[in-house]
Design a protein around this ligand. Structure first.
Ligand code: EPU
Length: 504
């Protein structure tokens, strides 16, 4: 997304940390060091918030991250008639008054145009219609990051299989239903001719919500195995749904008539840690020659990222005890060239390829990064050369020859491209300015505060303190470390210590 829509700006009051104009000044060349805790996952929180529309009683979710996109989703829910209370990450949603009337449910088109995650409303609203004896949902064309074509044909095919009718027009889509009936549903499609079929993540969440209250049994084939889908499925099961196979590509859903509200005390009501945020800090540490520990995410969810970092020469290890495991990344000097390819979970997420491109830009040799999920995702590639990176494209493959980066001026085009440009700026010698860096707030909670705590030198006149209290050093938050300049790029490898706390 290039321009920042008005609705997005308005909802940014829930987010913190970067001012409205969002230019970020970065002085690079300091290795990141210390400890960082990730927030709740954006891509889990969005469908979980939407799924709360389905429950009869109030549902309370915890660890909802404070992001532009979650702010937009809360506004969308309010606009549909839900009562929403948001107390620093604990969000209580009561959808008792969300009922279909003579007119279709219509989530605010302005907000829908600002965020791809708005598509997650379709399944729950359709289910809400079916539970009330019929109705329809009108969804304007969804917006979000420009990653190339982002069809929703698999979502719509799933609804049709369950008995809905779909009418498309130039401004969006209207889906109508009297009752939903269990069906065989196919959720994978090739992203482009010649590529392997990819399961749709939000499409699987939508199909789960609709199938959860359909009459009879549905079988979802080619379902997404992503942790975000598992999180939605577990929330639905806690509400009384009967979903089997979560985490596999075949889900069996036995429909139930009603779903009950879920208490915030239920483990399924807690949004999981954001694996893409974790991956971003891990890659930033490797690209700046740093050493960090990342808390608050399940290490197995970033295993593919850890493998990519190891291929680039970094050391990645897991430390801590069961339930409180952390990930330690030690750059071990200048990275070496590597080759990666995105894939559906448990493969390497497409959402970390831009950040890995920034790592490749400082690696010794030529790296190949292929995005099979979004083959046209290239906004970061056209901007990395502003930092003197050498980037070429061959179809869905980025060919990046690493070297010393220098500070540059650039505008951030979308969320993960912004993360990539930020990493490049942190790894570059000299000063950089990233315009529209506020797009980072769509997916990163208090990114500036976290990076400063890791020793990054950031500054901009329009940055302001967040409304949520900062994490306290040494109390489950970060521990600051003294800055250390990158000198000569090849540093002696420090002996690995077994305890994460040795980093602090
Ligand atoms: N696809 C189809 N037809 C469909 C749906 C998808 O052909 O009906 C194709 C897409 O073109 C793509 C592939 O299937 O090639 C996967 O797309 P998917 O539907 O899984 O993407 P999404 O659900 O719209 C979510 C995340 C994205 C993330 C992708 C892939 C949310 C809100 N968004 O999008 O996250 O890149 O899955 O993992 O969950 C981000 O966080 O920056 C982000 C873009």
């Amino acid at each position: 997304m290039d321009a920042f829509p008005t609705a997005t700006l308005r909802s940014m009051k829930r987010s913190s940390d970067i001012g409205r104009t969002g230019t970020l000044a970065v002085t690079g060349g300091t290795p990141l060091r210390g400890r960082v805790r990730v927030g709740g996952s954006k891509n889990a929180a969005l469908p979980m918030l939407a799924a709360a529309l389905l429950t009869d009683g109030p549902t309370t979710l915890r660890r909802v991250p404070d992001l532009t996109d979650t702010g937009l989703m809360l506004e969308l829910l309010r606009g549909l008639g839900a009562s929403v209370e948001d107390d620093r990450g604990t969000v209580r949603i009561d959808a008792a008054h969300v009922r279909p009337g003579d007119r279709p449910f219509e989530p605010s088109p302005g907000r829908v145009a600002a965020m791809r995650g708005a598509v997650c409303l379709l399944g729950p609203l359709l289910a809400r219609c079916a539970m009330s004896g019929g109705g329809s949902v009108r969804l304007a064309t969804v917006g979000g990051c420009d990653l190339g074509p982002r069809p929703i044909d698999r979502h719509l095919a799933a609804f049709e299989a369950l008995g809905a009718t779909v009418a498309r027009d130039h401004g969006g889509v209207t889906v109508s239903v009297d009752r939903l009936r269990g069906a065989e549903i196919y959720l994978s499609a090739p992203p482009a001719p010649g590529l392997p079929p990819a399961p749709t993540v939000t499409g699987t969440a939508n199909a789960l919500c609709a199938a959860a209250i359909a009459d009879g049994v549905s079988v979802l084939h080619g379902a997404a195995r992503e942790p975000e889908v598992v999180a939605v499925g577990e929330l639905l099961n806690a509400a009384g749904a009967r979903i089997e196979g979560l985490g596999t590509d075949v889900l069996t859903v036995t429909g139930v008539r009603r779903l009950r509200g879920v208490s915030g005390r239920c483990p399924a009501a807690v949004v999981p840690g954001d694996r893409i945020e974790a991956a971003t800090w891990m890659i930033a540490a490797a690209a700046t020659g740093g050493r960090i520990v990342v808390d608050g995410v399940e290490p197995s969810e970033v295993a593919a990222v850890a493998a990519a970092l190891r291929a680039s020469g970094a050391r990645v290890s897991i430390c801590g005890s069961a339930g409180h495991r952390s990930i330690r990344v030690d750059s071990c000097g200048r990275p070496t060239a590597f080759e990666v390819r995105s894939a559906a979970f448990p493969g390497l997420p497409t959402d970390v390829l831009p950040q890995l491109a920034a790592l490749a830009a400082v690696a010794d040799g030529t790296s190949l990064l292929t995005d099979d999920v979004f083959p046209d995702r290239n906004a970061h590639l056209s901007r990395l050369p502003r930092f003197h990176a050498s980037v070429e494209r061959a179809g869905a493959t980025a060919v990046i020859t690493g070297g010393d980066l220098h500070g540059g001026e650039v505008h951030a085009p979308d969320l993960r491209a912004a993360a990539a440009l930020l990493i490049a700026a942190l790894a570059a010698e000299g000063s950089s300015r990233i315009g529209r860096a506020s797009v980072l707030l769509r997916g990163y909670e208090r990114p500036a505060e976290k990076l400063r705590a890791l020793g990054a030198t950031l500054g901009a006149p329009n940055w302001r303190v967040g409304k949520r209290p900062a994490a306290r050093p040494g109390r489950g938050g970060w521990r600051p470390a003294g800055p250390r300049r990158i000198l000569g790029r090849t540093r002696p490898v420090s002996p690995e210590t077994s305890a994460c706390s040795a980093l602090a």
